[in-house]
Design a protein around this ligand. Structure first.
Ligand SMILES: [Zn+2]
Length: 699
């Protein structure tokens, strides 16, 4: 389908053909002023394409409806991908202004697409005749995915129900924004202002951060501890002042629950009510049923089964940890019971006593360049890939491009690593793409990015990583391989377009290879001497991986359980949020010394946006998968076993959304995963608990 281009479009480099090497965006020619008109033109074009498909006089066929939809929106995709890379990795006030302008347009565009009744009628007709259309397996999957997406968005409902759904969506969007802003307001409004004499126990880096935070708040002679997670957790971990720890902790867990204008409890009740109503409109008994129907887990019961199994073990392990910490308190002459604001402090003390791990010493063995090489080498040994640096214009001088080739020398795609922190970059680490793999419009090869925030060294100094940083690098590289190895025809199914409880499998799995002994021996080398890490240091480093995991697992799993229970209410009308949380924690027998990692009044994953509503379990679910998947290599006798790697590529890294995730996993592993490997990984397998049947995570 082609559209006449106006002269103005031709002068906008975002809309012209991209003829640079690897068909990268013409970075040198692009100005920010080009984005808004490019979005307008691309949106109009996509709308025209959709309207033409919906209004086609010809009876619906796979080609004139599904394939046509798959080919539509090319410009919007291209411009949108580029813009979102810049908005995340190299933003500015001007980019943020464009973002505020454009994001409601994009949201409205998406709504209009999925509530287009004429279009849905064509998809529904094809879906009804799906067994007689002569489709291949991939085409059948694409049709099924389109049908599911439209139905789940409400395309099949009558007009009044659709109108109500649209109103609910709009209200939920503004409630979500309000929720997040309230949490932020509570965090901004509070600071524990301290004097030098109050800082006992704090390491230098924490003092410097507290000093800077105080200066920012106009108190340059003081030290400020804020409610941001890093500031707060560091203080709780190191401060020997029990009174101050308690004061800070109380403020921290009360975010969103302080009464007044920023209290989130009424908002939560309304959000949960509206989500329940949406689920009912779409034919599901609860929001959790609706949400999980299109996940790998499929049902709340399946997710709950996993959580319950882990929960029993985690509680038992946390009890052992608690006793050890209490003993430490008593041995020191303390005459009090361990409280939630004490846990991190005594856990840190115990960690130091037992492992004596010097983070600075560990860092000298993890050079960024060497770790990138290690990630590449593993991809070579598993999948036959090679990575060659190429010099091409990109959006920032810190970003580096590598051409990726297959074992037979064929071009696979382009990988861009953008690793250093800078003020124009969002915090965190992520994988994204400028172009996704597909074969519908020619052999389209992917351009995949990893964006991280590692500290940039002074000129001439080596870039060194913590062990956690190295894990992050491998994690994001695993996502990158999911994009690079994608081997599908239809764009809808490409790469990481899989359910959220499956998408972390390729990333978390890749982290396992960082801890393979021969990889550490070859790549974790002292930046000055080139010596491998001494065995004793390595042993201590690996031993700390399971330290305090009872606490961490209880903190996390309690949130996932409360999330499922809350969104599993059949009739959430008149919900008292505080009372619900209290009772639910009582039901699961939450240990008194631990508080949920995110209490409901500030649980952003669930309520600002809603990406993880009824799906907070996803992280643990994926961890079950990655632990179990890596065991396949261990069982085969090598972390690089060729047969296992071949299946991994075919059914996981290369398979996008070609199959239902449970089917894909079974095809790789020969069976569904069990939680055993996860329990071992977290060190939860050695505690005595009442036994039940071993859990399998999906049926
Ligand atoms: Zn991830």
């Amino acid at each position: 389908m082609t559209h006449p281009q106006s002269a103005a479009d031709n002068q906008n480099p975002l809309l012209a053909d991209w003829t640079a090497r690897f068909e990268l965006p013409p970075f040198g020619a692009i100005a920010l002023e080009h984005f808004r008109p490019a979005f307008d033109a691309a949106l109009a074009r996509h709308r025209a394409e959709i309207d033409a498909i919906a209004a086609d006089r010809a009876a619906p066929t796979f080609a004139n409806t599904i394939a046509a939809l798959e080919k539509s929106g090319h410009d919007l995709e291209r411009v949108g991908n580029l813009f979102s890379v810049l908005a995340g990795a190299d933003t500015s006030d001007a980019i943020e202004a464009i973002e505020r302008d454009v994001s409601p347009l994009l949201a409205r565009h998406g709504n209009a697409l999925y509530l287009n009744r004429a279009l849905y009628a064509r998809i529904a007709e094809l879906y009804a005749r799906r067994d007689n259309l002569g489709l291949n397996t991939e085409q059948a999957r694409v049709l099924d995915r389109y049908h599911t997406r439209f139905v789940r968005a409400g395309a099949a409902l009558d007009k009044p129900a659709q109108d109500r759904l649209a109103a609910i969506n709009e209200r939920l969007a503004s409630l979500g924004t309000q929720f997040g802003q309230n949490v932020l307001a509570d965090e901004k409004a509070y600071a524990l202002l301290l004097d030098e004499a109050d800082l006992d126990g704090l390491p230098d880096f924490a003092r410097a951060a507290a000093r800077a935070a105080a200066a920012e708040r106009g108190a340059p002679t003081k030290y400020a501890i804020t409610l941001s997670r890093s500031s707060c957790e560091t203080f709780l971990q190191f401060s020997s002042r029990r009174d101050l720890r308690e004061k800070l902790f109380q403020a921290w867990i009360k975010r969103g629950e302080k009464g007044g204008a920023t209290d989130n409890r009424a908002l939560i009740a309304e959000i949960v009510g509206l989500r329940g109503e949406r689920a009912h409109l779409l034919g599901f008994p609860t929001f959790a049923d609706y949400r999980l129907d299109d996940q790998m887990a499929k049902t709340p019961a399946a997710a709950r089964k996993l959580l319950d199994e882990v929960w029993r073990r985690a509680r038992a392990k946390a009890a052992v940890e608690r006793d050890a910490l209490q003993k430490l308190i008593t041995d020191e002459g303390g005459n009090f019971a361990l409280a939630p604001w004490d846990w991190r402090y005594y856990a840190e003390k115990r960690r130091k006593a037992e492992f004596d791990l010097d983070e600075a010493e560990v860092k000298r063995y993890f050079q960024l360049g060497k770790m990138v090489e290690a990630a590449f080498e593993i991809a070579r040994r598993l999948f036959g890939l090679s990575f060659t640096p190429v010099s091409v214009p990109l959006y920032h001088p810190d970003a580096r491009a590598f051409e990726v080739k297959d074992a037979n020398g064929a071009h696979v795609g382009l990988f861009i690593g953008d690793y250093f922190a800078r003020s124009s970059k969002y915090s965190g680490a992520w994988m994204t793409s400028l172009r996704d793999q597909e074969r519908l419009s020619g052999d389209v090869r992917p351009v995949i990015l990893n964006i991280c925030n590692f500290a940039k060294p002074a000129p001439g100094e080596p870039a060194l990583l913590s062990f956690d940083d190295a894990h992050t690098l491998f994690h994001e590289f695993g996502h990158a391989l999911h994009g690079l190895l994608s081997n599908v025809t239809y764009p809808l199914l490409a790469g990481t377009a899989v359910p959220s409880d499956f998408v972390e499998l390729p990333s978390q799995l890749y982290e396992h290879w960082l801890e393979v002994p021969e990889i550490l021996r070859d790549y974790a080398r002292h930046y000055r001497t080139g010596e491998p890490m001494p065995q004793a240091l390595l042993d201590r480093l690996l031993a700390t991986r399971t330290y305090n995991q009872g606490f961490a697992t209880v903190e996390y799993t309690s949130c996932a359980l409360v999330d499922l229970d809350l969104h599993g209410l059949a009739d959430p009308a008149g919900l008292d949020v505080g009372e619900f949380e209290r009772r639910d924690l009582e039901r699961i027998a939450m240990p008194a010394e631990i508080v949920m990692r995110h209490r409901l009044p500030h649980f952003q994953h669930l309520f600002s946006g809603g990406g993880y509503a009824a799906a907070y379990y996803s992280y643990l679910w994926s961890e079950v998968l990655d632990a179990d998947a890596f065991e396949a290599f261990e069982e085969a006798g090598s972390a690089f076993d060729a047969e296992t790697a071949k299946r991994l590529r075919q059914f996981i890294y290369g398979a996008g959304n070609l199959r239902d995730p449970a089917e894909a996993y079974k095809a790789f592993r020969g069976r569904l995963p069990t939680v055993d490997a996860l329990l071992k990984k977290r060190g939860l397998d050695d505690v005595a608990v009442a036994t039940g049947a071993p859990a399998t995570i999906a049926s």
